[in-house]
Each structure stands twice: as C-alpha cells, then as structure tokens.
Design a protein around this ligand. Structure first.
Ligand SMILES: NC(=O)c1ccc[n+]([C@@H]2O[C@H](COP(=O)([O-])OP(=O)(O)OC[C@H]3O[C@@H](n4cnc5c(N)ncnc54)[C@H](O)[C@@H]3O)[C@@H](O)[C@H]2O)c1
Ligand SMILES: CC(C)[C@H](C(=O)O)[C@@H](O)C(=O)O
Ligand SMILES: [Mg+2]
Length: 357
C-alpha cells in the first residue's frame, strides 16, 4: 500500500486533482494495489484557513507519504502579501527545498493527435520528445536576496549561487536520464556571461568522461530558447539552472500543444512531488475549462518513478493517447473537427480508457 499526499491548492487545482485521483483509482482496481489518499491544505487555501501557506499538518503529511500530488498554488488574492508569505514561496519553494527535491523532470512530448493544436507549424512540432531537467533547490531562486533603502531610492538583489556538488548531482542525473533515452545531453548555460555557468560547463566536461556513450553538447540559454521552437527534434535531455528551467519549460509546453499537457516530477529526497508544470490559472478557474491531462500525466510519472509501476504508467499514457485520438479536447487544445469536453468529462474519458485498455 502506498500513501499519497494530495494537495489540490488554488485556482484550477481543486478541479484538476480529482481527475488524476479518478485515474489512479482505476489503476488500483486493475493492478490490485492500494493507494491511501490523504488531502492537505496548501497555498492560498491554507492561508485562508490557517494563516500560513504550508501548515505544520500538511508538511507532516508530505513527509510521511511516499509521494505527493499537487495541483497548483497562488493567485491574485494573495499577490499583495510580503514575498516570504506568498503561496509560491512559503508553500511550493519551501516544500521543494524542505524535502530535498533538487531535480525537476519535465518531459515535453507531442501526442501525435495534437499536431494541429500547437500554434507552431505541424512540421516543426511533430516528433517532439524531449525532457527538461531543471535544478530545483539552488540557483537564482535560493541565493541571498534583499531589498534596502538607499540615499536616493532603493536597491534590490537576487544571487545566483551554486556549489560544484549541486551542479554535479543534477548533471549526473542528466547523463543517467540521457542514457535511458536517446543518449544526447544538452547542457544549457550562459557561460559567456555568468561565472556560475562556467563552473557548470567545466563540471559537465569533467563528468562527460564517465559517460562516453552519451553525446554532450553545450548551448547558451538564449540560443536554446530559439532552437526549441525552431527545431525541437534536435533535443533529447536538456539540463539547466533553476530559473532557466522554469522559463524554458513553459516555452517547451507550446511544442506539446498546450501548457495543460506538461507533467512534472520533483525528486531527490525521501519522497517525491508530482505536479503539472502550469499554475493555478486564475483566468479560467471555476469554469470547468482546465485541461487535467498534465496532472493525470504527472500521476503516471508517480507510478513510474516512485512506485516502479511502469506498465501502469504506460496504461495511463496510452489511455490519454486514445482519448486524444478519438478527438476529445479541452478548450486549450481544441482544433477543427474535434469534440470539446470539460475538465471532468476529460477525466472520465481517461479513467474509462484505462479501465478498458
Ligand atoms: N506549480 C505551481 O503551483 C505554479 C506554477 C506556475 C504558476 N503558479 C501561480 O499560478 C498563478 C497564475 O500564474 P500564470 O497565470 O502566470 O500561469 P498559469 O500557468 O497559471 O497560466 C498561464 C496561462 O495558461 C493557461 N493554463 C494554465 N494551465 C492550464 C490548464 N491546465 N488548462 C488550460 N489552460 C491552462 C491559463 O489559463 C493562463 O492563460 C500565479 O499565482 C503563479 O504564481 C503556480
Ligand atoms: C509558482 C512558481 C514558484 C513555480 C516556479 O517558479 O518554480 C512555477 O512557475 C513552476 O514552474 O513550478
Ligand atoms: Mg513555472
């Protein structure tokens, strides 16, 4: 039996999470495993109830669970709070850091049926199958930050800082992941300007000696942004600093049709966190428009990575593929000749496809 902490969070979080739970329940029946789902409050929802974005109770629940499934946190209601109290910092970044989840795996794959859903040309996005590996507990996000008055105004700074150990462990995982895929690793940096990037690049070169079977290339982050939408098929695994990974993964989501399609896994600690790459989407919250597939695919990653249930993970991915092949779409991926469904209907369709598959 596996204990799963379920943290719906804010905005569309409470709409998409139940869809993934449905699908996981179908898996329990099919494979005779048991999942114990325990819900916790996080983010703005927790601020409203307890005055803090990550209540002690929720943290304890996460620490005691084998895996965590999170919707999203944040929204306009809490945007004016001082930065350390905001849902993003006090809940999400605190969870990632506190649980030691230094590696964020964000696969961007185009389901063939969605070739017409991307605003990019079909010829460009077809065949996209890449994986962004984002360093998650260091870099610009976690260096010293401060804001102070000066004689004439104010000054503020954020610091990008990395130890060679932090760089090495994320790069090593990059090489390992590339080994399981098409054996190409693109190390993304800004070594023409940043000194942390030079340490990053040298560390990559050194590690490459241990992985002669993996092709290592270095690419500047600005060029990488351009290459990703110009010729995405050139990429297999890309590894990068925290902020670079945040930005490039949203960009890569366009290759998969929509940000509503991109799952993620954050690993490296005793437990692991699974969440869609997108946020709480306040602009569509409460309207049944949200695409739950990123969350459902995150649940598949949970089965694969945390529970070593490869076949069950594939069952979910195949079920998503079949539902898309049958022409069902949420609004964000709707194209000519396809059938519009809402969040819940999409969840039901995938659950049914898992049961029948
Ligand atoms: N992991 C997280 O919890 C997380 C991630 C990113 C942003 N956020 C927070 O979410 C809030 C909104 O941020 P944002 O608007 O910049 O980013 P967002 O990802 O929430 O939304 C960006 C755009 O994508 C659309 N979108 C996102 N997810 C979708 C889905 N599943 N289906 C269909 N459309 C979807 C939204 O409607 C919006 O137009 C902010 O408070 C931000 O800090 C949280
Ligand atoms: C909400 C925010 C703190 C978060 C990040 O920047 O890491 C989000 O954008 C993400 O990509 O998971
Ligand atoms: Mg982001």
């Amino acid at each position: 039996m596996y204990k799963i902490a379920v943290l719906p969070g804010d905005g569309i979080g409470p709409e998409i999470i139940p869809q993934a739970i449905k699908v996981l329940k179908a898996i329990t029946k099919k494979y005779g495993v048991r999942f114990e789902f325990q819900e916790g409050l996080v983010g703005g929802a927790a601020i409203d109830a307890y005055g803090t974005a990550l209540p002690e109770e929720t943290l304890k629940l996460c620490q005691e669970s084998q895996a965590i499934l999170l919707g999203a946190v944040g929204g306009p209601k809490w945007d004016s709070l001082p930065p350390p109290q905001r849902p993003e910092t006090a809940a999400l970044l605190a969870l990632r850091k506190g649980l030691g989840l230094y590696a964020n795996i964000r696969p961007a794959y185009l389901f063939p049926a969605l070739a017409d859903s991307s605003p990019l040309k079909k010829e460009v996005v077809e065949g996209t199958d890449l994986l962004i590996l984002r360093e998650l507990t260091g870099g610009l996000y976690f260096g010293e930050k401060k804001r102070e008055r000066t004689a004439t105004g104010e000054v503020a700074w954020d610091t990008l800082i990395y130890t060679s150990e932090e760089i090495e462990r994320i790069l090593r995982l990059g090489f390992e992941l590339a080994r399981e895929r098409r054996r190409k690793l693109t190390s993304v940096d800004k070594a023409n300007v940043l000194i942390t990037s030079r340490l990053w690049r040298e560390t990559a070169e050194k590690l490459a000696q241990e992985y002669p079977d993996v092709e290592l290339e270095h690419m500047y982050v600005d060029n990488c942004a351009m290459q990703l939408i110009r010729r995405p098929r050139q990429f297999d695994v890309l590894v990068m600093e925290n902020t670079f990974g945040d930005i490039l993964s949203d960009l890569a989501s366009v290759l998969s049709g929509s940000i509503g399609m991109l799952p993620s896994a954050s690993i490296g600690g005793k437990t692991a966190l699974y969440e869609p790459v997108h946020g709480s989407a306040p602009d569509i919250a409460g309207q049944k428009k949200a695409n739950p597939l990123a969350t459902i695919l995150s649940a598949a990653l949970m089965l694969r990575i945390s529970f070593k249930m490869e076949q069950a993970a594939r069952d979910i991915e195949n079920a998503v593929n079949r539902v898309l092949e049958q022409g069902y779409r949420t609004l964000d991926i709707l194209s000519e000749g396809t059938t519009l469904v809402n969040t819940e209907e999409m969840g039901d369709l995938v659950r049914q496809a898992v049961e029948e598959g």
